[in-house]
Design a protein around this ligand. Sequence first.
Ligand SMILES: C[S@@+](CC[C@H](N)C(=O)[O-])C[C@H]1O[C@@H](n2cnc3c(N)ncnc32)[C@H](O)[C@@H]1O
Length: 337
Amino acid sequence: MLNKKDCSPNYFYKMVQNYKEAQLLFAAIELDIFTYLGEFKDYKAVALETGYNERNLKFFLNSLVAIGLIEKKGDIYRNTPIVDRYLNKEREVYLGGYIVFREKMTQLLNVVERVKKGPIDYVVKNNKGVEVYDFYKLAKLSIKEMYTGRVQSLLEISKSLFIKDKALKILDLGGGSGTLAIEFIKNYPDSTGVIFEHPSVSRLPKELVKEMEFEDRIKVLSGDFTIDDIGKDYDFIIASGVLDFAKDSLSHMVKKLYDALNVSGYLYIVSHDVNEEHTAPKQSIVGWLSSHLDGLDILLDKNSITNALETGGFVEIERDNIQGIMDNLQGEIYIKG
Ligand SMILES: C[S@@+](CC[C@H](N)C(=O)[O-])C[C@H]1O[C@@H](n2cnc3c(N)ncnc32)[C@H](O)[C@@H]1O
């Protein structure tokens, strides 16, 4: 029999409340509220500066206080520390644009209709992530986000694998902005690298490499990594969030990675840790739902990745303790066996 706690419908009410709180967060980012509240400020002053309706602004700010995004003393309001750090445009790391874009990229519009009608034929037929997602925009907006843990994580792992003054050659496959490769190269002064990206994205890493004056050390190759040559003689390959996009030719892709690495070279894989039933972790399953409803079917479960890599000759050398990446992503190191 269900106990009293299990019988409570609060579970549903909480979900509805979470949805409203997320709506408030997006509205506040769009209104750029947090850039005005780096210091305690009267809501009337904010209304004057922004031109927003004074009355409604007060109600809105009170709701932001209620859900813990800002704090209030009398009629003055200020960001909480975590909000100030990431959602105030005047701070070093602004993630507002990235958060809004990620939501749009994965948003669950017209789910009812899509469940009833089914996927889009050409998306099913091609099954190509680059045709569904705007990876250029994602890469551009992710640059700052990468410094909130992912870059640090890569550098930490690298420290345990390589000595500083070794001349290494690395590949950042599907590297987006190429930030991981750029940071690696900065930290390993005798190293060189390649960023491989799809033609729809590659102009971004090209611009960044040029801006940082790394053109003599980092080459940007433009192409489709499932078909085109990805280069060779690498000591380290970074494949962060990319293996899913080779799902239809996974064993071929693994062979390509194996052949491209030097003997005892390392492969750094960041993937989604999805279970075989495709029901967890919920961030990945729900995050990919929109593209799945559109017709894409590329999300790889953890076991398929591990099996493909091990069958292809890779040996895993580290597990579970690679911290600093997003909640639903997992980093692992393999060595060419
Ligand atoms: C999820 S993003 C990951 C980006 C970056 N590695 C990171 O960790 O933030 C996947 C990247 O793979 C690239 N990509 C997907 N399919 C590709 C293909 N067939 N050829 C080349 N690049 C591809 C996309 O353009 C995109 O930048």
